[in-house]
Design a binder for this molecule. Structure first.
Ligand code: FAD
Length: 247
């Protein structure tokens, strides 16, 4: 997804890069809270986990400065990079960027007006020490060599179902297995965190199944994917309710 080449001398991109360089320099200086002055007086910094380990919206310079003081010494952000050409519409420059903290990699979105940040989004995308096991890191699956006690994938799964929550306790309990709970459970599994999801309803997806018969999602299919488990490319534009959560 990351573009490595930006159009040379593209004014909105140069402006976004200049702002980002000022942010990076100020945050790593002896007075990081001064970075709040790079925001409009009533500007916003919305952080999804990357700095606050929470979902926070900081409104205004004072709140932003307080957050910087509280988080930057441990977050130690670096490698701020505009990763796509910025755009400019009606005087608002918008740009995607990437960054790192001590623990994680992140991606964000910047909106600039007259050289100051109007909105600034930072999201954590991955823990550096615990990358998701996808693509080249995916589990091997096949085990070569002679082993007459080798378990199949199904046997391992049945063993886990029989023991997790009984003889082996989970590290994490998710209450509510709607799309949020199921998505979180899928992510935790990739991180090998033993997890159980419980729901008041009998089956995953019942919260949707129980709704009116003709219900379908309102957003187009490409906005509705579950993490890891995407809708097929041939899926309907508006997924019907029975496909929406593990149909
Ligand atoms: C008609 C409609 C159309 C929508 N269309 C879209 C769309 O097109 N695109 C989109 O992105 N979003 C859409 N949404 C919004 C989206 O469905 C919700 O934001 C999403 O379902 C919220 O997911 P959730 O997992 O947080 O909560 P829920 O899906 O509400 O799941 C919560 C789960 O927790 C369980 N639960 C609650 N309390 C307890 C308890 N005390 N103990 C045990 N279990 C409990 C419930 O049974 C349920 O299964 C739509 C919503 C509706 C109603």
């Amino acid at each position: 997804m990351t573009r490595t080449t930006l159009t040379p001398n593209h004014k909105p991109t140069l402006d976004a890069i200049a702002w980002m360089e000022k942010l990076a320099a100020t945050l790593s200086s002896d007075t990081p809270a001064q970075a709040a002055l790079l925001f409009e007086q009533d500007g916003y910094w919305r952080d999804l986990v990357a700095f606050t380990w929470n979902i926070k919206t900081l409104a205004g310079r004072t709140a932003i400065s307080d957050m910087i003081v509280a988080t930057m010494p441990t977050a130690t952000p670096s490698n701020w990079r505009i990763d796509e050409d910025a755009t400019e519409t009606d005087g608002v420059i918008e740009a995607w960027f990437t960054f790192e903290t001590r623990e994680a990699k992140g991606r964000g979105y910047l909106r600039l007006r007259e050289g100051l940040a109007w909105t600034f989004l930072t999201t954590m995308t991955e823990l550096k020490d615990y990358p998701e096991k996808r693509n080249k890191l995916r589990p091997k699956g096949a085990e070569h060599g002679a082993n007459k006690n080798r378990q199949t994938w199904l046997e391992k799964r049945q063993h886990e179902q029989a023991t997790l929550g009984y003889s082996e306790q989970p590290y994490c309990l998710i209450i509510g297995g709607g799309q949020g709970g199921i998505g979180l459970g899928a992510r935790l599994r990739q991180l090998e965190v033993p997890t159980i999801i419980i729901d008041a309803l009998p089956k995953p997806g019942d919260t949707w199944r129980n709704r009116y018969k003709s219900l379908s999602l309102h957003d187009p299919i490409w906005y509705d994917h579950m993490p890891i488990f995407h809708f097929p490319k041939t899926g309907r534009y508006s997924p019907p309710r029975t496909r929406s959560v593990i149909g």
